[in-house]
Every structure is written in C-alpha cells, then in structure tokens.
Design a protein around this ligand. Structure first.
Ligand code: SF4
Length: 367
C-alpha cells in the first residue's frame, strides 16, 4: 500500500456555538483540553503503528484549533513533529477564528511549522456577524489578519459566507472588496445552507428564515466576477487563490486521494475503506487513552461509489473531469452541454459559468 500523504486533525472546541454550524463541535471546556491533546497524540501513535505515512499536508480544522492555549498547541504540534517524517511537508494549515489569534500564538504557530492559516472572517459587516452568532467583530478580524501577516504568514486564506439572512448585494460587494483590499492569498466563499440539527434549520422550518435561491445565485455570480477581476483564480467552485496558492490539502481531498483523520468525528479514506471516529470528544479520549480504537462508523467503498464521488468533486474543480470518466454517460453529457451547463476542453468536461451555479444538480445527473 502507498504511504498516506494527507492528515486531517479535528479539534472540536469553540468558545461559542454558531447557530448555523453542522460540524461536530462542543463548547470550550478548559478542564478537558489537555487530556484531549494527549488523546490526539495517542491516536496518531496508533495510526503510525498501522499505516506508513509520508506526510505532504496536515490540516488542523474544527471547531476552533486556535481555541487551544499556546502551551497546548506547542505540545500538540511538537508531538506531530516528533512522530512524523515531515521532510516532504508541503503545507500545514490551521483554521483560526478572529478573536483567538494573538501575536504570541501566531509567532508560535510559525515557529512550529504551520505554513497556512485559514481565518474565519465570514463577513465584514458587524450586524451580519451578530446574526451568525460569531464571537468576533470586523475590527478584530482585521486585527487578526494583520497579526498573522506580521508574524510572517505568507499564505492566509480568508473564509467568507454569503446568502445570509437579511444580507444585501451591496453588503456582499463591500465584504468582497474589503477582503481584496487586505490581499489574502486565498479566499473561500460558501453559501449559507440550512443544515439539519442546527438552530438555523429550526428557524428555517418555522418560516422565520428563508433561502432565496435567486439571491444566492446573484451573490455567487458577484463573487466570481469581483474575485476573478482582482486576480484570484476560481480553482474550485467555492475557492479562489492567487497563482500558486491553491490549497494543496483540499485539492488532494477533491482529487480523491487517501487521507487519514485524527480526532473525534474525523473521516479517513484509505483504499476501499472509509471510517469516521466517534463524534464525542470525551468518549474519543476515553477510548484512545486506554488503547482502544476511536473508530465509530466504517464502510467498504465500491468502485461505483468512488466513481460517483470522483465525478462530483472533479466537476467542482477548474480543470473538470477527464472525458474517460464520463464515457458511460453519453446521453447525460450531451444533454448538459445542450443546456449550456457543461463544455468540453482538451478532452475534459468542465462546468460552464452557468453550470457552476447548478453544480450539485449537474453532478446528480451522473449518479
Ligand atoms: S466557530 Fe466554526 S466550528 Fe465553531 S460553531 Fe462557529 S462555525 Fe462551527
């Protein structure tokens, strides 16, 4: 088996729970974070004993990884350095929330080999940040961005959201322009979705919040135009980067490469096997610290499942999907081309600009 090159680490703690968030997370409990950090390293030990690793990318996501203290981050990242051969490491990303970034923490992360920070700004409008239940305001977000640059981070992503309750197209334009003015190297822009088991989902079901697909399409159109005009290449439907700054880790995931997940709720896909660790950080730590496996759900993948995923993910990328992958879908492909949603270029099929707005429906045609 080839060595695994991509590692995702899930740190579920958040200082406050956002009402739209469907990720596995829990309120920050300082009495648990040391034990949890030890469990992550023990989990890594178990996986190192099972799989050959030749780490090219590591992604610390959450939750809010920067909710850990500087000593805990030092312990954790130092532990990764001691356990892994990082001589081929191309990218080490950490997600950060404005408000949990201090100059001391930023300097430490640089020292510990983090090369990329994904900063969860979401909006530069304070009213909308309150609607989203975020703990930061736009001033803190800007300060955090400058702190990261001053600490020497040459690869910063700003994460944005659109389609927010009450958001106007002018507010979205302002958010895009303000982001561009800061010159981050990468920008993610996701449409708000109403996910089950969230407060927003309940409010949506009660009719208090509603999704306006026409407005969402207009926000998306604006993001594509404004960001491309500013020199950001849309290398994936929701991700834009200056040349050379596409996320290596996320591209590996979208290209269907194997990856190993460490931490509660983290997914791993290796060969034809996929599993998810338990979605509860206390039982995750209990299991790992007494030498048991943290795996909860697991499944065997079929070639059919892998192909459907590959089609859906590749279609979202700028280079599209190889024609050979769609050879059994001649009728569907022709139909999508005649609808102006798909086009062919150098043997690959790519979404058109119109198709990018309907990417999920296009992918469904190949299920
Ligand atoms: S900070 Fe991020 S992970 Fe935490 S609740 Fe908010 S959106 Fe979810």
């Amino acid at each position: 088996m080839n060595p695994i090159r991509h590692i995702y680490v899930h740190i579920p703690f958040c200082a406050r729970i956002c009402p739209y968030c469907a990720f596995y997370k829990d309120l920050l409990d300082r009495s648990q974070t040391w034990r949890f950090s030890e469990a992550l390293l023990r989990d890594l030990d178990q996986e190192c004993a099972t799989f050959a690793l030749s780490t090219e990318t590591i992604y610390f996501g959450g939750g809010t990884p920067t909710a850990l203290t500087t000593s805990q981050l030092e312990f954790l990242l130092g532990g990764f350095h001691r356990r892994l051969d990082l001589s081929s490491l191309a990218e080490c990303t950490i997600e950060a929330n404005p408000g949990s970034v201090s100059a001391r923490k930023a300097a430490l992360l640089r020292k510990l080999g983090v090369t990329r920070v994904s900063l969860g700004v979401q909006s530069w409008n304070d009213e909308l940040l309150k609607v989203l239940g975020r703990e930061h305001n736009s001033h803190q977000a800007e300060e955090s961005f400058h702190i990261l640059r001053t600490a020497g981070f040459a690869n910063i992503s700003v994460d944005l959201m659109f389609g927010l309750p009450g958001q106007t197209i002018e507010q979205w334009k302002f958010t895009l322009e303000k982001t561009i003015a800061l010159q981050p190297d990468h920008i993610s822009a996701y449409c708000l979705t109403y996910e089950e088991d969230t407060e927003f989902f309940m409010r949506h079901a009660r009719g208090e919040l509603r999704q306006d697909t026409d407005a969402d399409a207009a926000f998306f159109e604006m993001a594509m135009s404004v960001l491309e005009e500013a020199g950001y290449e849309q290398y994936e439907i929701s991700n834009y980067a200056h040349p050379g700054f596409a996320s290596v880790h996320n591209r590996a995931y979208w290209l269907g490469k194997d990856f190993l997940g460490i931490g509660p709720s983290a997914f791993s896909t290796i060969g034809m096997q996929r599993w998810q660790n338990v979605c509860d950080y206390r039982s995750y730590a209990d299991r790992v610290l007494c030498g048991q496996s943290p795996r909860g759900f697991s499944e065997n993948l079929t070639n059919e499942m892998k192909r459907s995923e590959r089609i859906a993910l590749s279609l979202r990328m700028r280079e599209g999907i190889a024609g050979s992958e769609l050879k059994h879908f001649g009728r569907e492909t022709e139909e999508l081309i005649s609808l102006g949603l798909l086009r062919k270029s150098n043997g690959n099929f790519l979404l058109t600009r119109k198709g990018r707005n309907l990417a999920d429906s296009v992918a469904e045609a190949f299920l």
